[in-house]
Design a binder for this molecule. Sequence first.
Ligand SMILES: Cc1ncc(COP(=O)(O)O)c(C=O)c1O
Length: 413
Amino acid sequence: MSTHRAPLYGQSTQAVHAGEVRPKPFGAIATPIVQTSTYSFENTAALVEHMQRKEQGLPLLRGEYGRYGSPNAQTVESKLAALEGGEAACVFSSGMAATALTLLTFLGSGDHYVMTDDCYRRTRQFGQEIMPRLGITCTLAPINDAQALEKAICPNTRLILTETPTNPYLRIVDLEQLSAVAHRYGLLTIVDATFGTPCNIRPLQMGMDLVIHSATKYLGGHNDLLGGALVGRTELVAQVRELNHIIGATCDPHGLFLLQRGLKTLGLRMARHNENGQKVAEFLESHPAVRQVWYPGLASHPDHEIAQRSMSGFGGVVSFELDTDTEGTARFIDALQIPYIGPSLGGVESIIEQPALMSHFTLSEDERSAIGVRGELVRYALGIEDCDDLLNDLEQALAQVPAAGASVTEARQ
Ligand SMILES: Cc1ncc(COP(=O)(O)O)c(C=O)c1O
């Protein structure tokens, strides 16, 4: 039995073949789901051999207990490492588990880390509300401001955590600049590249040490699983894996089967997401009912130049503000026929949300405006539907957008 590493192939070939065991049981092409919580040994000698290999840090030939991994996890981890160009990968039960466990591995009481300010809400919350309970502090630094980043670094700073592209404004971090600053101070660099995917951005080649993904999004790609991943040098990934052996934020074998299957079409799906994103962004930017559009592939985006030199595609998420009010924006969303209304992104089905009424619902209007999230802001996570259909759908819904204030007046009549 061998594991196919497919080292010399292109990314789509790797997505299909890397990490696949050959031959598989019963001559299967698809990896069977090894749905077991624990594993047995033929005899005591086999058990002792397994434990000795484990003690010596040698690759294990078989499973032992579900919290320590599974054949399905091994396949997905090899595939992810190949796709990201990293030495090793580890999968988790969610993207947040990957982030939290990575931070908890490399930080201890008295340590400090820097986080770029435009990041996933829960990641910021973890840093600002949970980590201080453990004596770990974090400072937010603005994106792409090397001076501010250096100013935020203290003697007890251990690492920098960033995210690119960001949500909802799709800011693009200059990872080469960030990693150069960080490494001058001997800091570990971690990036959540969920919105980027290994198809559009290669952070390890830009000097970053570790890459995190919410596999729930593009990697899984079908809105049907929760998962997280960490990719990077073996010795770093091994430390996080070891902590997870204690914590147990492991991914279920069935979820991993879905993730493995999703990864095989990542390149195809991303090509369509990128195409839909660019075309929809251009369409919206030229529409009179749209006030502003944020998409890194548009020349008007503040990080367009960084995106052009560091990314090979800009993804399927487009954010925009309508020239109306909160109610008018809700009416536009309700008029759309194709997307689902909901959180999340990266799946084959388009999903749309008004952040003020969903991801940022619990914030007061003042708190929302402090981070620039207005009621008229829409985040459209485009799926892989035909672009003409998405554009026609937008056209008909935009025709129903009332001018600011008009929707309330009309509703009262
Ligand atoms: C950029 C980013 N990172 C991490 C997460 C968390 O991922 P999960 O929901 O898989 O825990 C999300 C979820 O929306 C996200 O958008």
